[in-house]
Design a protein. Structure first.
Length: 111
């Protein structure tokens, strides 16, 4: 089972189809022009953007880190990452998006 962020960030074009897209991705069906934003697998990096269709591969699905964003189109995914960086900078004064998201996740899990 994939690990989705409870307060998933969704791009404007994906909002209408959010539930349908998540269901399709969870069952391993192909989706057209859908990109995911995840915490980077390498802890030295912050975020990764990749096509949701990569999750049709068992190895990629098994090692997929927490999914924090869902977008229709690569440009929308880049815009979402930009928004996350801006939000992080406003709240912390740094661009450490991964650290900020991990803190948010910890806070939610401790509630």
């Amino acid at each position: 089972m994939l690990n989705w962020y409870k307060r998933l960030y969704v791009g404007d074009n994906a909002k209408k189809k959010k539930k349908q897209l998540i269901r399709k991705i969870n069952i391993g069906a192909g989706v057209l022009d859908v990109y995911l934003v995840t915490l980077a697998q390498n802890p030295e990096n912050q975020l990764e953007i990749f096509s949701a269709n990569e999750l049709k591969q068992k190895a990629r699905r098994r090692t997929c880190p927490m999914i924090v964003g869902l977008c229709c189109g690569y440009e929308e995914a880049v815009e979402l990452v930009k928004t996350l960086v801006e939000k992080t900078y406003e709240e912390t004064g740094t661009a450490k998006v991964r650290e900020w998201l991990e803190n948010q996740i910890r806070e939610e899990n401790s509630r």
